[in-house]
Design a protein around this ligand. Structure first.
Ligand code: ADP
Ligand code: NI
Length: 218
């Protein structure tokens, strides 16, 4: 049997190869940062880091947002890839379960994680939606979708279903209110909460500057 570390290196190489040409903010380097965040948070918790690292590496392998809302495709692709690396069935089950449940689906849609491994990976992913990188990714996504930066007439919405959240074509600034600024209070682990605080403050400062410039006040 291969050592866990060897499998992780092989999975990382395969994911990197598959993601090398993504342009919506869901690229290899997002995966890489989530993997690093997950290792960092994992060091502060008692968790099975083999499961954590594999789930971090595979969490966006097939995002439902880019597959017409199909939520089964991500876990299925992850399974195939892990079977190809001869990973034990119980580990594959845990990784697939995390990937199936971790994604944000709207302000009013709860997404609780059943295990500490899942909590760590969800936090790691959400941290990459915050702060300087979070702002950059959000505008990259909005540009990819051809959205306006901001429209004062479009108010943010607290989506109560995954379908409504998925359908929105709101300007990019709305996403801060519909997701990013809500994440700080939804972190699972103490270390992610601590990291989210600083990233949250940075986004608040950014928005203050944005609206000041919008009115020609700054
Ligand atoms: P998660 O991995 O938490 O499920 P998503 O994959 O839904 O997050 O989104 C990842 C990132 O893509 C968000 O943090 C944001 O930067 C960007 N994004 C997603 N939806 C939108 C949107 N409607 N408007 C702007 N950016 C978005
Ligand atoms: Ni992600």
């Amino acid at each position: 049997m291969l050592l866990h570390q060897e499998i992780i290196v092989r999975v990382a190489a395969e994911v990197k190869a598959q993601f090398s040409s993504e342009g919506s903010g869901h690229d290899w380097f997002h995966i890489y940062r989530v993997w690093m965040n997950a290792k960092h948070i994992g060091a502060t918790e008692e968790a099975d880091m083999f499961v954590v690292e594999l789930a971090a590496l595979l969490h966006d392998i097939a995002d439902w947002k880019f597959h017409s809302g199909d939520e089964a495709i991500g876990p299925a692709r992850a399974r195939e890839l892990l079977i190809g690396q001869a990973v034990a069935a119980d580990v594959i089950d845990q990784v697939a379960e995390i990937i199936a449940t971790m994604s944000y689906k709207g302000a009013g849609v709860p997404t609780p994680m059943a295990t500490i491994e899942g909590k760590i990976v969800q936090d790691a992913d959400r941290l990459d939606a915050l702060g300087a990188i979070g702002i950059a990714r959000t505008f990259a996504y909005g540009g990819h979708k051809g959205r306006l930066l901001y429209d004062p007439d479009r108010k943010p919405e607290m989506h109560v279903s995954k379908e409504a959240y998925f359908k929105t074509d709101a300007p990019t600034i709305n996403h801060f209110y519909e997701k990013l600024l809500l994440l700080k209070d939804r972190m699972n682990t103490a270390e992610a909460k601590r990291m989210a605080e600083g990233r949250h403050r940075f986004m608040e400062t950014y928005l203050e500057q944005f609206f000041g410039e919008w009115q020609g006040n700054i």
